[in-house]
Design a protein around this ligand. Sequence first.
Ligand SMILES: Nc1ncnc2c1ncn2[C@@H]1O[C@H](COP(=O)(O)OP(=O)(O)OP(=O)(O)O)[C@@H](O)[C@H]1O
Length: 305
Amino acid sequence: MELLVNNIQKKYANVTAIKKLSFNVQQGEIFALLGPNGAGKSSLVRMLTGFTSPDSGDISLTIDGEKHTSIPAYTLGYLPEDRGLYPEKTVVKNLLYFAQLNGVDKKSALTRAKYWLERFDLLDRIDDQLKTLSKGNQQKVQLITAVIHQPKWVILDEPFSGLDPVNQEKVVTFLSELKAQGMTVILSAHQMAMVEKLADRMLLMNLGEAVLYGSLTDIQQQVGSTAQLNAHFAKPVTTEQLKQQFQEADYQLLNPTTLLLSLSAQHSINDALSKITALGDLTALHSKEMDLHQLYLNAIANHGT
Ligand SMILES: Nc1ncnc2c1ncn2[C@@H]1O[C@H](COP(=O)(O)OP(=O)(O)OP(=O)(O)O)[C@@H](O)[C@H]1O
């Protein structure tokens, strides 16, 4: 039950949202779709759910010997980009409604609703009208509606949006539990720290194309560099000085005296150090592994250049 996406393309009137994209999602993994606004993630999700079809190329998923061109609705749990619950109804009525819509009997639905509400610390709100919950808590109820029928495949469009850090961590735990229960999870997200913790593999898109693809380790290898130097200077450094020494995509001036430099494959650590010391007196220097956030920024900055 591997989802195969082969060379798909999708055009709207005058925009090519997806240009020749190929990847696969393996059963039981957490797969993240990453990319800047407009990269094509929602267009891709609409094709994976069968809401629209590619103009060319194909999507295939074989279930019990039967081939499908998208993830069939009966096996899918979906958190759409535009959330849609019933604000006047209670939390439990919302959950029972969506569970029963997906063929779950009322007793099992109630058991599962209580289970997940407890996991999200919302059990005491079960009989409250949904609209009386905070935005983040409504989001958690919406997440439960996507999985209450225990689908095999789950697609979550930005499950972390609108959640505070504590609740983002709860969603990480929730998603890990879905995986442990045997679900395959595809999610789009902009929170790289969460993705780094969770995703088995990922696809970074930009302008409808794949920029990076694979596990974090695969991606680090594709980029060919994983280290960053954090340099603190006694006096402010100017962007003119930096431009003379480094490629613009490789550095960030975090504040006038703090430089974050990505060590690209082209320059050795000795080369980088001599360029850094040429900028002025250092007060501190640290090195660290490049995180997904920085890999993402570098890859997008370098894409198409
Ligand atoms: N229905 C549509 N008609 C015309 N153009 C569209 C349509 N939907 C999306 N697009 C365009 O296709 C491109 C990809 O958009 P898409 O919504 O898939 O990106 P995204 O990665 O989901 O962005 P975001 O992170 O902002 O949700 C954009 O240029 C967008 O303007």
